[in-house]
Design a protein around this ligand. Structure first.
Ligand SMILES: [Zn+2]
Length: 497
């Protein structure tokens, strides 16, 4: 007897359709799975056997062959257990399910027959809809997540023993209530009011948030760099509904949707992270920190300590907003549209050369700063020097709240969207767009003077224009004047050193 069922395997963030064919025939009892399965898929044999027996089904003492098609697609993870079990039950005459061809099934089986959650239920439900399935059967725990996909029936299943009732139509579970997508961070998350004093840093953060510019903070330990970085998402505009769905899809594929706090993501990987951990990799590709920070903030603390190859790997994704992974079976791309924020000490001891207590050798300081200006420096838009807050500042009242700053940032962003199109910001302006900014003659003169005096690169020239445009958008003005151009140049002070 032959039976088939439909299921999916995750490939990066995408779910790929897999057809499960089960053949049960006379011969020496055996259970083989073919069709490029990884170790977890092959182990389905043991899980399916125990789950069926423990739910009171009969495990056929015959020769069983499971083929997973298409044969050239690598199948990973335990999510195909449920489809294999359903096809095996119908091939052995224990399940009569006329609609089995029109539904997709995903779920990992526990030995007692209960169905365990899988990664990527949202992408799977969406792919089932695109593939024309009427319904998708998912682990009960994944129900709310899968229900985010509209246009396909979602059937939550608690145990493999519920399949006969579902197949006969005796049992119709209600559609799960979709997981709420929070466009803003939950109340009670860290607020910018906690940042006392630091007017320069606050100004730099506001400009960075308003234009989506990357920001590097240089200052001694304990000056509030990490505190400031972790508050950046709270001054960015709320997520659009489509962006929130993208964020949810990524979190779902990584199995962390339940832990998503809502609002824009904030990722702060440790400096020992590998290139693959940072931008993603492997086969099939797993998303890295850059993709987990999609539509949010990626914070690299101790920038100089990061592996050079990891920072190197981040360059292209920073520019294009996606990670391209080349594979023999075709290229894959993972979205990674994030705002980069980095922090560094000014010298190895952290006090800074200006501090009399700093006894770092000049050559050590030079080497340290050399590393800083290496990998990513030409990708950083704003440089902010952070100093230790004074006792009066720490003892003073709270700073301006995130909500107040976010209001100005959101207004500046909507001006950019009007000009550049939905969802875009100044940091993403193409060189052609940057040159279309309205610049007053005095401002143009100032830029030209510095351009020739400091031999700025073409890239740096465009970056100054983008920054100046953000200063103008925040002020609600139209044209880049001398004042705004001077501010933009000040924010990129590195170019003049
Ligand atoms: Zn030092």
């Amino acid at each position: 007897m032959l039976a088939t069922a439909r299921t999916f395997t995750l490939d990066g963030l995408a779910a790929r359709a897999v057809r499960v064919e089960v053949d049960v025939h006379r011969g020496l009892p055996g259970f083989a799975i073919v069709g490029l399965p990884d170790a977890a898929v092959r182990e389905a044999r043991e899980r399916v056997r125990a789950a069926l027996v423990n739910c009171g089904f009969e495990f056929p003492l015959r020769r069983i062959v499971v083929n997973l098609a298409p044969a050239n697609l690598r199948k990973v993870g335990p999510g195909m257990d449920l489809a294999i079990a359903a096809a095996l039950l119908s091939a052995s005459g224990q399940l009569r399910w006329d609609a089995i061809e029109r539904v997709a099934l995903v779920g990992e089986l526990a030995l007692d027959g209960s169905v365990r959650a899988v990664n990527g239920a949202l992408a799977i439900a969406e792919a089932a809809r695109e593939g024309g399935a009427e319904a998708v059967v998912v682990p009960a725990e994944n129900g709310p997540e899968a229900a985010l996909a509209e246009g396909v029936a979602v059937i939550p299943l608690g145990a493999v023993g519920e399949l006969p009732a579902l197949a006969s139509g005796d049992w119709k579970p209600p559609r799960p209530r979709p997981l709420p997508l929070r466009l803003e961070a939950a109340p009670g998350t860290p607020d910018l009011a906690d940042l006392r004093g630091q007017p320069h840093l606050r100004h730099a953060m506001e400009i960075a948030a308003a234009g989506g510019h990357s920001l590097l903070m240089i200052g001694p330990p304990g000056a509030g760099k990490s505190l400031a970085a972790s508050r950046l998402p709270s001054i960015l505009p709320p997520l659009a509904a489509t962006e929130a769905l993208q964020v949810a899809r990524i979190a779902s594929a990584c199995g962390r949707l339940g832990a998503l706090p809502g609002g824009r993501p904030f990722r702060a990987p440790h400096h020992t992270i590998s290139p693959a951990g940072l931008i993603g990799g492997g086969s099939p590709p797993r998303p890295g920190e850059a993709t987990l920070a999609h539509r949010g903030v990626l914070f690299l603390d101790e920038l100089c300590e990061f592996r050079r190859d990891a920072l190197e790997a981040l360059r292209a994704p920073l520019e294009t907003g996606e990670v391209s992974i080349a594979r023999a079976t075709g290229g894959r791309s993972l979205p990674c549209h994030f705002m980069l924020v980095a922090a560094s000490n000014p010298c190895p001891c952290g006090r800074g050369e200006a501090d009399p207590d700093c006894n770092c050798a000049p050559v050590a300081v030079q080497r340290y700063q050399g590393r800083l200006s290496g990998a990513l420096a030409d990708r950083i838009d704003i440089l902010a020097a952070v100093r230790q807050p004074s006792a009066a500042e720490i003892g003073g009242g709270p700073g301006e709240s995130s909500a107040a700053v976010r209001e100005r940032v959101t207004a500046a962003r909507s001006r950019q969207e009007e000009r550049l199109g939905s969802g875009r910001c100044n940091a993403e302006m193409t060189p052609a767009e940057a040159r279309e900014c309205q610049v007053s003659p005095e401002a143009a003169g100032l830029l030209a003077e510095l351009y020739s005096r400091h031999r700025l690169s073409g890239r740096a020239h465009d970056r100054v224009l983008r920054l100046a445009q953000t200063v103008v958008d925040l002020a609600g003005a139209e044209t880049i004047g001398r004042e705004q151009m001077a501010q933009a140049l000040q924010l990129r002070r590195r170019d003049r050193d």
